[in-house]
Design a protein around this ligand. Structure first.
Ligand SMILES: Nc1ncnc2c1ncn2[C@@H]1O[C@H](COP(=O)(O)OP(=O)(O)OP(=O)(O)O)[C@@H](O)[C@H]1O
Ligand SMILES: [Mg+2]
Length: 268
């Protein structure tokens, strides 16, 4: 029943020591998820789930609705605590970290919420300043201004700086949320359904932006998506979450060519 099980993440040497550089996990992966269990009461959501993400790699996690994709991402960022298993991000085991340690990790691991989670009562500028003031407390206003301008420029939305979130379209909101994630220069970005609810043209723009960001900032990412156009564009590898486990992983093209019924249903 299980199709290809390729553990093809290339082994990498140690990452360079830049100020914002996340070091690799011990096996050369930037994110190493091993034997993770997570349940809510009797609802077992992650049941011995493992996945590794290499340096500068985009891995798409696919799965049916309710299969545990968002729970997985929340466990990686420490918003939910895995009961057992290792989640090694920046060489540290997330389930072992206390509140302050998790806070520091979140400056390096960007998370793009499905809902964007922009603050409605703040301008775009204030939304982008927020993580900077929270994580990098010693910055001058001049430096903050230039970082806000640069981050918005990276998503081609410099002109929105004084707008309110309600004035933005769905695609613009997504890009502003991405700029807010990028402003801390994360080494890892986790995307929860980045194109859901967007029209096909805007969805393609966001997918292209995800690839541009990977190339420009050398980020490693997990991208949750059902949108197979997005999956095709952004994925270096696809992992399928089913029954709480990694049911399959491989290249998009291998998935497309597979006769496995579980895989095929994502193309229907
Ligand atoms: N905080 C929570 N408390 C209790 N149960 C939860 C909680 N969060 C998620 N769950 C349960 O975990 C399971 C997986 O939910 P999750 O949100 O990860 O699904 P998903 O794969 O992201 O689905 P979708 O594609 O619809 O977003 C569901 O059964 C859900 O009810
Ligand atoms: Mg979800």
């Amino acid at each position: 029943m299980h199709a290809v099980r390729s553990d093809t993440v290339e082994k990498e040497g140690p990452a360079s020591d830049g100020p914002h550089t996340v070091g690799p996990a011990t096996d050369g992966s930037v994110i190493a998820i091993e034997h993770v269990f997570k349940r809510f009461g009797s609802n077992v959501v992650l049941n011995d789930f493992s996945l590794a993400v290499g340096k500068e790699e985009n891995v798409v996690v696919l799965g049916k609705s309710g299969s545990g994709k968002s729970v997985l991402i929340k466990c990686i960022i420490g918003l939910l605590r895995a009961e057992s298993g290792q989640i090694s991000v920046p060489g540290q085991n997330i389930p072992d970290l206390n509140h302050d340690e998790l806070d520091r990790i979140r400056a390096k691991v960007g998370f793009l919420f499905q809902s964007n989670a922009l603050y409605d009562s703040m301008t775009v500028r204030k939304n982008l300043e927020f993580p900077l003031r929270r994580h990098w407390i010693d910055l001058s206003q001049e430096k903050i201004d230039s970082m806000v301008t640069e981050a918005l420029g990276n998503v081609n939305l410099a002109h929105t700086v004084d707008m309110m979130p309600e004035e933005l379209s769905g695609g613009m909101s997504k890009r502003v949320a991405l700029a807010r994630t990028l402003i801390l220069k994360p080494d890892i970005i986790l995307y929860d359904e980045p194109t859901t609810g967007l029209d096909p043209v805007t969805a393609k723009e966001i997918s292209t932006l995800i690839v541009d960001i990977q190339r420009k900032f050398h980020t490693a990412s997990i991208i949750i998506s059902h949108d197979m156009h997005c999956v095709k564009l952004v994925s270096d590898r696809v992992a399928l979450l089913d029954g709480g486990k990694r049911y399959w992983q491989g290249k998009y093209e291998e998935m497309e060519a597979s006769n496995d019924q579980v895989l095929k249903q994502f193309f229907e």
